[in-house]
Design a protein around this ligand. Structure first.
Ligand SMILES: Cc1cc2nc3c(=O)[nH]c(=O)nc-3n(C[C@H](O)[C@H](O)[C@H](O)COP(=O)(O)OP(=O)(O)OC[C@H]3O[C@@H](n4cnc5c(N)ncnc54)[C@H](O)[C@@H]3O)c2cc1C
Length: 354
């Protein structure tokens, strides 16, 4: 494959003191602005990181390829599982990090590295609480259904109960914090510049008109999400899903994975993914799996129930593909249907009614 301007690349540069020594590709960095932290991607991850850094007094620059930050975050349901938050306490929900860890390990049959599970479970309530107390993100725990594998109500959502709503609130918080949080949109990062100690010291990005710009960084955080939007990487790492419809954001093109490979880092857990067995391709929307928790079942066009819905939606996504040829449907009891009307946002209700 011939590398073009948009192919993620790593450029090795000499020590900063030698940048002026005539290295052509490095010269633009010399006059580039510098930020303590540069974050690639302004989805929920990047925005949350920027807001947490702001709380520590560290300015950051977010580089986002789209003209309006959305990412998979805006496409998602926007539900964030967390144990031991102020919000749970307010709603009288008794939970613990140990219980959450146990639930995760049990749900995935002990397949996940424990240190990563622990790191997530410990970090997320801090972020949820800080977003609420320092940045005004109003959480509530959804306490009318349990997600597969969760023994306690711990899905946190903003009042809109949507990823779009979550992104709007994070963007608002970032705007309020604009003295420390700078967002540059329509800036697709394509190059990482590394010094001889393998530290990323700069980034190159491309504008929609094809022009190139550069920025220097003391630290870089890759928040560009996964590789679901890169068909080649999906076929390579997730062969069972290579023909599945990708319902995430096109910008999740595996840039970070490709940079990692260029750096020679070891890739782990590349076969792990989230699938949605209730994605409705015809409507282009997600039917909440909460529905199955209320007794909904899935049938194919022959009216045959083809899997055990209680296993969860990722498990269902594998079972659904062979049945797609027969058109997938959901069978709802009247109770279920009235419940789902109450659950969906008005915008999505219109889709349901269509
Ligand atoms: C239909 C659906 C429902 C979901 N529901 C849930 C849920 O309820 N709860 C949950 O926890 N998870 C859910 N998920 C998963 C969740 O959406 C993601 O895990 C989460 O949004 C990832 O956030 P992020 O900020 O890392 O990535 P994103 O939101 O995808 O943001 C990454 C950003 O990086 C930008 N970017 C990428 N490459 C570059 C580059 N080279 N230069 C500049 N910018 C770049 C992209 O444009 C994008 O804006 C769901 C996913 C889908 C598709």
């Amino acid at each position: 494959m011939v590398a073009d301007a948009l192919t993620p690349a790593v450029i090795h540069v000499p020590h900063e003191t030698q940048w002026g020594a005539g290295e052509g590709s490095v010269a633009p960095l010399l006059s580039a602005p510098q930020f303590p932290v540069v974050i690639v991607g302004a989805g929920a991850c990047g925005l949350t990181a920027a807001l947490m850094l702001q709380g520590l007094g560290v300015p950051s620059l977010l580089l986002e390829r789209d003209d309006h930050p959305q990412g998979s975050s805006a496409l998602s349901s926007g539900f964030v599982p967390a144990a031991g938050t102020l919000c749970q306490e307010r709603q009288g929900i008794v939970d613990s990090q140990a219980q959450f860890i146990q639930d995760i390990v049990h749900k995935n049959h002990d397949q996940s590295p424990l240190h990563l599970v622990q790191a997530y479970v410990q970090a997320v309530p801090q972020a949820i609480d800080a977003l609420e107390t320092e940045h005004g993100v109003p959480w509530r725990v959804l306490d009318h259904f349990l997600y597969p594998g969760h023994s306690v109500h711990r899905m946190h959502a903003v009042p809109e109960t949507s990823g779009e709503g979550l992104m709007a609130r994070l963007m608002h918080a970032a705007q309020v914090a604009q003295d420390q949080v700078t967002i540059l949109t329509s800036a697709r990062v394509t190059q990482l510049y590394l010094d001889p100690d393998q530290r990323v010291v700069g980034l190159g990005y491309v504008r929609p008109d094809g022009s190139h710009e550069w920025v220097r960084a003391q630290a870089v955080l890759l928040a560009s999400n996964g590789f679901g939007g890169n068909a080649d990487l999906v076929a390579q790492h997730l062969p069972a899903m290579k023909h599945a419809v990708y319902a995430g954001h096109a910008g999740n093109d595996g840039s970070a994975v490709l940079w990692g490979q260029a750096l020679g880092v070891k890739l782990l857990d590349m076969g792990a993914y989230q699938g949605h067995g209730s994605w409705q391709p015809e409507l282009g929307l997600l039917m909440s799996w909460a529905l199955m928790g209320q007794g909904g079942i899935q049938i194919n066009q022959q009216g045959v129930r083809f899997h055990d819905e209680s296993q969860g939606y990722s498990e269902a996504s594998v079972g659904c593909w062979p049945n797609r040829a027969h058109a997938l449907g959901a069978c709802l009891t009247p109770l279920c249907l009235s419940w789902v009307w109450g659950f969906r946002s008005s915008n999505k209700r219109r889709h349901w009614a269509a």
